[in-house]
Design a binder for this molecule. Structure first.
Ligand SMILES: *Cc1c(COP(=O)(O)O)cnc(C)c1O
Length: 379
């Protein structure tokens, strides 16, 4: 077999800039103020308006959003947080940062998200929070267990790192009443370079989150410049969002309708092209309501070889995710999760970013089909 020539690499994921980010970043740089400034305030307000919520709290990353939200919900040592093993390790590290421990659970093979019964079966007397991960951008509906969780004082904290812009029913994710965390990292649906955001449930919770992100200082940054002292009201981290990151995010948000349209079109193009391909199953993201973050497939046989051959042909595939309960760092909380382990052996994510054209999707799928056909005839 001759090795096909690599006609340029299709990256797995890349940030997409609309253009005005550079000017906005320069303006913020020239202002000479790089902490949490009114640029950050404006970005918070704009995101709140976009989502249809009364307030948001900007932080330095998605991981710090999860960490701060867990702390604000009162999660700490001795507590257990229910979390799918199939997530980015950041979700688990945020739980450990509070002193709590993860209780790993399975996901539904169709959606790669947790469902109500999986959550229900994992509750113990120590459970203080549930952290559903909105895999690929898909909303997670836990309304069936919500009354029970509320009765037992268990908080739902959504890891919506993939799901900025997605809808849950008719509302945006973040506007459903759950404590929600977004990531604005380099390759997320909206990027600030680095950044994250919390949607708190109440004004009191918003206040707690603001203190926690700003070293426990009670006064807002703008007031502090005007006074001779400040009050440290409690524990706090240094995870504010810089004006430099917020400036980038504001431009991205203004152009977000383009991201929504492009990402939906890309995912649909994949779904159409993959429909006829034997040997893989597309993970459904509920594209009508979701702003897709990635396109995942399950490869039924020889995933690692298919992955390597695609990489060799310049197709930037990924693995989202190697299960966390199998990671050495998380072995104290390991429990057997056969469904997740099977998914971990089969999962592969295809190139997915806004620089891609329909022809890139077609090429990625054509290469995949060819490799799978060769696999079949070799058996
Ligand atoms: C990206 C991501 C995070 C962490 O966000 P950062 O901004 O990179 O800190 C957390 N959970 C999931 C599922 C993610 O994809």
């Amino acid at each position: 077999m001759t090795t096909p020539t690599v006609a340029g690499t299709i990256h797995h994921a890349r940030p997409f800039l609309y253009g005005p980010e550079e000017a906005a970043l320069c303006e913020a740089l020239r202002s000479g103020h790089y902490g949490h400034t009114e640029v950050t305030d404006q970005f918070e307000t704009a995101v709140a308006e976009f989502l249809g919520v009364s307030s948001t709290v900007a932080v330095a990353s998605g991981t710090s959003a999860l960490h701060v939200a867990l702390l604000a919900a009162g999660v700490g040592p001795g507590h257990e947080v229910i979390v799918p093993s199939l997530t980015f390790c950041a979700t688990v590290q945020a739980i450990l940062a509070t002193g709590a421990r993860p209780r790993f659970v399975e996901v539904s093979p169709r959606t790669l998200c947790v469902n109500a019964s999986q959550v229900l079966n994992a509750i113990t007397p120590d459970t203080s929070a549930v952290m559903p991960v909105l895999y690929g951008g898909r909303a997670v509906d836990l309304t069936d267990v919500q009354p029970l969780l509320t009765k037992r004082g268990i908080t739902i904290i959504e890891d919506a790192a993939h799901a900025f812009g997605s809808c849950a029913g008719t509302r945006r994710v973040g506007a459903t009443g759950a404590l929600t965390c977004f990531s604005f990292g380099p390759i997320k649906n909206l990027t600030c370079g680095q950044g994250g955001m919390i949607v708190p449930r109440t004004p009191e919770e918003a206040d707690t989150c603001r203190r926690l992100r700003g070293l426990g200082i009670v006064q807002p940054a703008a007031w502090r410049a005007e006074t001779t002292s400040y009050t440290v009201g409690g524990f706090g981290l240094r995870v504010q969002m810089s004006s430099l990151n917020a400036a980038i995010g504001s431009v991205q948000l203004a152009r977000f309708p383009e991201a929504e349209a492009k990402r939906r079109a890309l995912w649909r193009a994949y779904a159409d092209a993959l429909h006829e391909v034997d040997g893989v199953t597309v993970v459904d993201v509920d594209v009508e309501r979701t702003v897709p973050h990635l396109c995942a497939v399950r490869v039924h046989a020889e995933r690692d070889r298919v992955f390597r051959e695609l990489r060799a042909r310049g197709i930037g595939v990924g693995t989202h995710y190697p299960p966390n309960h199998l990671q050495p760092a998380f072995s104290p909380w390991h429990r057997p999760l056969p469904v997740t382990e099977q998914i971990g052996r089969e999962i592969m994510t295809l190139p997915f970013h806004q620089h891609m054209a329909q022809t890139d999707v077609e090429r990625a799928v054509a290469e995949l089909r060819q490799i799978l056909t060769a696999t079949g005839s070799a058996q």
